[in-house]
Design a protein around this ligand. Structure first.
Ligand code: 6V0
Length: 332
């Protein structure tokens, strides 16, 4: 303690160095920083640790955030290339790796980001053996599987942000067409966070009124209102935004922070996240795909047993087949 502080304070007890909601974010690019900003500005965590390979960028981001402390909730913010700084994290969010270029699919990133994970995941678990890991990097479902294998953690502790974002896009676009708020529209996108994702039209509802009961052709090719185009727009969203601004960040940052909030505050909210789906909906192989799950302090607490229509079941299995094909090429 500096001389002035010694005179100013009469110490009663030493301050506790640990917090109970430490979050480490690996990768301080566009997505990582949007996640960090959402975590801090919403007060989801007051102990946030940043890790990246670029020392100057880390230091710049650290200083910039620290200078906003007055407007936040006096958070502890740390940053380093060294994983020791992440010790004691309750949650680690991984956003590191390469992102899609214009027109590039998420699956194309697989081997490059798998190689990046071989260093990141074991290092996180070394310093936080009881952590929960949320994977945001793409291709999200494959990398969640890779992270689970590399981590040695129980399957409930490794999840992907998956279609939490796609479901938000889906609800927003439906809400615009209906003219009510996004939070009042309930609907889910499941399966791959990517081109083979599945819209669960059979469950879309407002105040418990199923839209399928009003428009039975909803989501089909011969629907006069063409609701199906909303799912196409969900899939196209990332490509469109990347074409316009080069990357996507705000919505995924908010989505990751929402997952963190549910997990750290043990809220048991249901989110569509990427989880092990072997044994569900006719899938025999180990793989991760999104389904609505109850999340809390233990990670993934339960997976909702969805009542899918025959068509949705077939589409989910097609998403699984695409995943199975992509996983064959991964050298982990
Ligand atoms: P970016 O802005 O290029 O940032 C990536 C960051 O990762 C950079 O700061 C790198 O220095 C860092 N990095 C790379 N390798 C390592 C390593 N070995 N250790 C530590 N840090 C490393 O990319 P951006 O932030 O835009 O995207 C990051 C990832 O998120 C990409 O894989 C995207 O495809 C993915 N996204 C996932 C989304 C989702 O919904 N799941 C949404 C948007 C992007």
């Amino acid at each position: 303690m500096a001389g002035t502080a010694k005179t100013l304070f009469r110490v009663v007890t030493e301050p506790c160095p640990q917090t109970s909601n430490k979050v480490t974010v690996v990768g301080t690019g566009q997505v990582g920083m949007a996640t960090v900003f959402s975590l801090l500005s919403q007060g989801v965590s007051n102990d946030v640790c940043l890790i990246d390979m670029m020392a100057d960028k880390l230091q710049g981001e650290l200083m910039d955030l620290q200078h906003g402390s007055l407007f936040l909730k006096n958070p502890k913010i740390t940053a380093s290339k060294d994983y020791r700084i992440s010790a004691g994290s309750k949650l680690c969010i991984v956003t590191a790796g390469v992102r899609q270029q214009e027109g590039e699919s998420r699956l194309n990133l697989v081997q490059r980001n798998t190689d990046v994970f071989k260093h990141i995941i074991p290092s996180l678990v070394q310093y936080s053996p009881n952590t929960i890991i949320v994977i945001v990097s793409n291709p999200c479902d494959i990398l969640t599987y890779v992270a689970w294998k590399l981590s040695g953690l129980p399957v409930c502790k490794v999840l992907g942000s998956g279609t939490n974002l796609d479901s938000s896009r889906f609800r927003f676009l439906i809400s615009q067409k209906l003219g009510c708020s996004t939070s009042s529209v309930h609907g889910w996108i499941i399966g791959e966070h990517g081109d083979s994702s599945v819209p669960v039209w059979s469950g879309v509802n407002v105040a418990g009124v199923r839209l399928k009961d009003i428009s039975p052709k909803m989501g089909t090719d011969d629907d006069p209102e063409n609701w199906k185009s909303i799912h196409k727009d969900v899939i196209q969203s990332a490509y469109e935004i990347i074409k316009l601004k080069g990357f996507t960040n705000w919505a995924i940052g908010l989505s990751a922070a929402a997952l963190a909030n549910t997990i750290l505050s043990n809220q048991h909210n249901v989110h569509a996240v990427s989880v092990m789906v072997k044994g569900l909906h006719g899938i025999d192989e180990e793989m991760f795909l999104s389904l609505p799950c109850v999340l809390g302090n233990s990670g993934v607490e339960s997976i909702i047993n969805l009542r899918l229509s025959e068509e949705e079941e077939i589409q989910f299995q097609a998403s699984a087949a695409a995943m199975h094909e992509a996983l064959k090429d991964v050298k982990s």
